[in-house]
Design a binder for this molecule. Structure first.
Ligand code: SF4
Ligand code: SF4
Length: 228
């Protein structure tokens, strides 16, 4: 390290300069906007999500999707390589005999427990037939009332592939945000406007407990592994 690097002074001055520049610029632009000038130039650098969204990099690892064949069937052959590679053990697959004579197996059931997923992408790397991808550009689900809300099943994962093909890279996120808005309308209680967050609110009036206990075999498999 040089003398100047050891005393950190140039870097501190550089940091103060950047902060001062943005403070002055934003103050000037906010004042100009109030007076009706320079409205096309955004003042703050904060993205007003979800009204504004940045375009994610093509390498962004979003929620999963199961790719589909030309005939609409799931491409997955239930080989279990993704579940084996998954460090969080959050993929659960049940294999069945495929109705397609050219394919040996297919997943009767395919679930990802997103509460446990760490979005590492190893499942995508492990798949030999490009059946699972994370190029949906959609964030993981952020809230729910039950563990079940965070378990993504085969139909949901295939649906994302269809939406991506039909509506493009914003389609899945649009659907997710529409779902949040819908939930918000159902949950919001005008008699209790002081409650601001979802965790403070009661369950929505139309919420029904599952009729039978949720089967989370992936969780059971993990517990069994820990006990043995
Ligand atoms: S992204 Fe990682 S943690 Fe999530 S399902 Fe795939 S392998 Fe498992
Ligand atoms: S997604 Fe790929 S790796 Fe996972 S079971 Fe299906 S074919 Fe095998």
């Amino acid at each position: 390290m040089t003398f100047w690097e050891q005393i950190y002074l140039p870097e501190i001055i550089k940091g103060l300069g950047i902060t001062s520049y943005h403070l002055t610029r934003n103050l000037f632009l906010h004042t100009a906007h109030l007076l009706g000038f320079a409205k096309a130039r955004p003042a703050a650098v904060t993205t007003q999500y979800p009204d504004q969204r940045k375009r994610y990099a093509d390498t962004f690892r979003g929620s999963h999707r199961l790719t589909i064949r030309e005939d609409g069937a799931v491409r997955c052959t239930a080989c279990f390589l993704c579940a084996t590679a998954c460090p969080a053990q959050c993929i659960y697959i049940e294999a069945g005999e495929s109705p397609n004579p050219h394919v040996e197996k297919y997943p009767v059931r395919y679930e990802i427990d997103t509460l446990r997923c760490i979005y590492c992408g190893l499942c995508v790397e492990a798949c030999p037939c490009d059946a699972i991808r994370m190029d949906t550009y959609v964030h993981p689900r952020i809230w729910g009332f039950d563990r079940r809300d965070f378990v993504e099943n085969k139909e949901m994962l295939m649906h994302r592939s269809r939406v991506l093909a039909e509506k493009g890279r914003e389609g899945n996120m649009d659907e997710m945000l529409a779902w949040y808005r819908q939930q918000d309308e159902q949950i919001y209680d005008p008699l209790r406007p002081e409650l601001k967050t979802y965790t403070e609110r009661d369950k929505p009036k139309n919420y029904a407990e599952p009729e039978k206990p949720l089967e989370l075999e992936a969780l059971d498999r993990h517990q069994t592994t820990n006990q043995s």
